[in-house]
Design a protein around this ligand. Structure first.
Ligand code: TA6
Length: 303
């Protein structure tokens, strides 16, 4: 069955003529996905409120990756290997997937999009492994946004390959100093601000008053990002992605990034469902699945 038979999606021109798809759910929520990077650049709830951060300095000019939204870091997270930072999936042009994996049984009322990435000859020179990467972006009732990645080793050389991965989600927050993250208490983490040394989280929940760049290891499958000023909680549910990266560049690093406003660090927080500490290995014919489901819940009635 082709994608067009399943999901009538409109391809429209985004910034700089880059192609994008907007998925809309009957209750009014929406998601915008650029084919460049299979990059989710917008996620709006039923009231039309934007839930993801995109930098005001973003120029949408390939080959630079898009700053904000949900970059896909594959086949390498960060600089943990020979490839460019965060791998190449986020700055390749993806295509529609005409032969996506079978639909799960509960698809009624859901809007989704299937994209695929296969390596080009140039990519194979950088990373000599044949793969198929199927991505499904689903917008569920209640505005939930689900990203499901399936990576298959399609090599015929009999060789396994290994990769690391992250959904580098930039949540929009009202004021970073009013934000708390729950679900990472007592866990070990690697601190990128301290040469990736290993520490154990001591506090009850995470709050923010300076730069943070940590890889929390083997986390629970549910993490909450609470925005007190907005009276909103983001829930991250993840599957196949044991780790979670937490990043905010704070003022100095923000100033050093050309595609990021000086004060924008106050209005974003990256919490990234990831597989970093134990890279994933696929033998020929094997497939890996990594899924994140994001919900945005109003906490107005709780206050
Ligand atoms: O996920 C956190 C991180 O790896 C940080 O170390 C920081 O560099 C950030 O990602 C942004 O990376 P980028 O390549 O998008 O500038």
């Amino acid at each position: 069955m082709s994608t067009s038979e399943r999901t009538p999606v409109d391809v429209i021109k985004g910034v700089n003529g880059l192609e994008k798809v907007v998925l809309r759910e009957v209750h009014g929520s929406s998601v915008e996905v650029y084919l460049y990077g299979a990059h989710v650049t917008s996620w709006k709830n039923e009231h039309g409120e934007e839930l993801l951060f995109i930098s005001s300095k973003e120029t949408f000019k390939p080959p630079k990756p898009i700053r904000g939204g949900i970059p896909i870091c594959f086949p390498q997270f960060s600089n943990l290997g020979p490839l460019e930072l965060h791998g190449f999936a986020r700055n390749r042009f993806w295509t529609f997937d005409d032969d996506p994996p079978p639909l799960p049984p509960d698809v009624t009322n859901k809007v989704f999009l299937d994209l695929i990435l296969r390596p080009t000859q140039e990519d194979l020179k950088l990373w000599p492994h044949s793969f198929e990467y199927h991505l499904r972006v689903t917008l569920g009732p209640g505005s939930d946004l689900m990203l499901t990645s399936r990576v298959r080793n399609t090599g015929t050389d009999g060789k396994p390959f290994t990769f690391t991965f992250a959904y580098h989600t930039y949540f929009a927050v009202s004021d970073i100093s009013e934000v708390r993250v729950e679900g990472l208490e007592t866990l070990d983490y690697l601190d990128n601000c301290q040469k990736r040394e290993r520490f154990t989280e001591q506090g009850d929940s995470l709050t923010f008053e300076s730069e943070i760049d940590r890889i929390y290891l083997s986390t629970p499958t549910k993490i909450a990002v609470m925005d007190h000023e907005k009276k909103r909680t983001f829930l991250i549910r993840k599957d196949g992605l044991p780790d979670a990266v937490v990043w905010n560049p704070w003022d100095k690093k923000a100033k050093a990034m050309v595609d990021f406003g000086d004060d924008e660090y106050k209005h974003m927080l990256c919490v990234e469902a990831a597989a970093v500490e134990n890279p994933i290995t696929l033998k020929p014919g094997e497939e890996w699945r990594g899924r994140q489901q994001l919900s945005a819940v109003s906490t107005l009635l709780d206050s």
